[in-house]
Design a protein around this ligand. Structure first.
Ligand code: CTP
Length: 415
């Protein structure tokens, strides 16, 4: 079991919820609760009814020194799940059964565990545990994908011995691993406290007529993942959203800006108060010069649509210092369709100077494993100090690496 080391951040007094659902691994959750309590965290345990069939509430009460919640309705005037969720700094679900993951994904709140998880605003870490068939079921796969997209951290599962003497993928990771993951999340969760981060995400839709537009394939996933990562580190995040096809996690303010012009207005209105601006949106570079006031009819023949440039928001922010807060950090993206990674690096450096940004993330949007609509990105991060090749990374890891770079730059910039 882990013990505090000089490298670990202090978790003294930090409020951690440990949500235990019904699986054979429930006994291991006792080690998680005990370790965090020994490290000084204020651990509150919530158990599903099935969890109580595997391990007694009294065990957790004794290990954490706090009462354990097992019922949604306490009989009194209090609303236990709201009281538990408010002020929580991390919620750990261990073990996370397929059933509880499905409820989390669907937003079901029919017991104390699921209701608390629907109410929390803090980072959530799940440690799935189930039989291999359940883990591999497309329903579970899709639920996990949804949760990851919302910023939930997932630890495991691993392969090994399961209940009933079975072997395979689906075994909960060891308590020590859950605790170190939890300590990492808690440590990072204060890094951007009090910092205002503005993120743009998704593609813009430039209208042609009342029913048609010029758009692009951006899902908004990269920008939403960055917004979630910054929020997870304690930032106050505003998301200026074009067209999104992924959900936005709670706790992030969302402003809809469907066109490049609307996005510019929304960004400029908030740019002087933002400490960090991340322009992850796929903004159209051109828009129709004239928007037809009624639907263009086929009978009129193929229309000629003249395009005019949209405002380059990133360049404006990068080159006109008066519209940004002094010492703020500006991040731009560059969408590249070249597969050659050297091309990506050169392109990123060029954009850094051209747009006046502090950081440019260049990503390949033309491969089947990178760019629009997929979970991974082939990317480089360019700064004045040089270019860092990330290779093929998940959008979550790219977001994490980018936020790390932002924090590094804030550390060396007066603000
Ligand atoms: N951007 C912007 N306003 C625009 C167009 C783009 O703020 N009107 C921002 C995007 O949000 C992104 C970066 O600029 O951060 C992308 O720059 P862009 O010049 O469009 O580069 P690419 O998409 O890489 O394309 P191209 O090389 O064709 O310029």
């Amino acid at each position: 079991m882990p013990s505090p080391t000089p490298m670990q951040p202090s978790v003294q007094g930090r409020k951690v919820l440990l949500i235990v659902s019904g699986g054979i691994a429930a006994y291991k959750a006792a080690y998680v609760g005990r370790s965090l309590a020994l490290l000084g965290a204020d651990v509150r345990v919530v158990m599903t009814r099935s969890a109580t069939k595997f391990i007694g509430a009294q065990t957790f009460a004794g290990l954490t020194g706090n009462p354990v919640s097992t019922e949604l309705f306490g009989g009194g005037p209090d609303v236990p799940h709201v009281e538990l969720a408010r002020g929580a700094e991390l919620a750990i679900v261990a073990p996370a059964t397929a059933n509880l993951l499905a409820k989390m994904s669907a937003g079901i709140a029919d017991d104390i565990a699921s209701a608390t998880l629907l109410t929390v605003r803090c980072p959530v870490l799940v440690a799935p545990a189930m039989h291999t068939e359940m883990w591999e079921n497309p329903a579970t796969r899709s639920n996990i994908e949804t949760l990851v997209g919302r910023g939930v951290y997932v630890a495991g599962p691993t392969a090994g011995a399961l209940s009933s003497g079975d072997e395979g993928q689906g075994r909960m990771v060891e308590p020590g691993e859950i605790v170190s993951e939890a300590l990492g999340i808690l440590g990072r969760s204060q890094e951007l406290a009090g910092v205002r981060v503005l993120v743009t995400a998704g593609g813009t839709h430039e209208p042609i007529d009342p029913v048609r537009f010029i758009g692009n394939r951006s899902s908004g996933r990269m920008g939403v993942t960055i917004a979630a990562e910054a929020a997870g580190r304690g930032a106050k995040v505003t998301l200026v959203a074009g067209a999104l096809s992924v959900p936005v996690p709670g706790g992030i303010e969302v402003i809809h800006a469907p066109t490049a012009d609307e996005m510019r207005s929304a960004v400029v209105a908030r740019s002087t108060e933002s400490d960090v601006i991340v322009k992850a949106a796929a903004v159209a570079d051109f828009k129709p010069e004239v928007v037809a006031s009624s639907k263009i009819k086929k009978s009129s023949g193929p229309p000629e649509i003249r395009l005019v440039p949209t405002p380059d928001i990133l360049r404006e922010l990068g080159t006109d210092g008066s519209i940004r807060k002094a010492g703020s950090i500006l991040v731009g993206f560059a969408a590249e369709t070249e597969a050659d990674p050297r091309g990506l690096a050169a392109y990123a450096q060029e954009k850094l100077t051209l747009k006046g940004a502090d950081i440019i993330v260049a990503n390949d949007v033309a491969s089947s494993d990178s760019g629009f609509g997929v979970e991974t990105n082939r990317a480089v991060i360019a700064t004045a100090g040089g270019v860092r090749e990330l290779g093929l990374v998940s959008k979550r890891d790219l977001a994490r690496g980018l936020v790390d770079e932002i924090i590094r730059q804030r550390g060396s910039t007066p603000h």
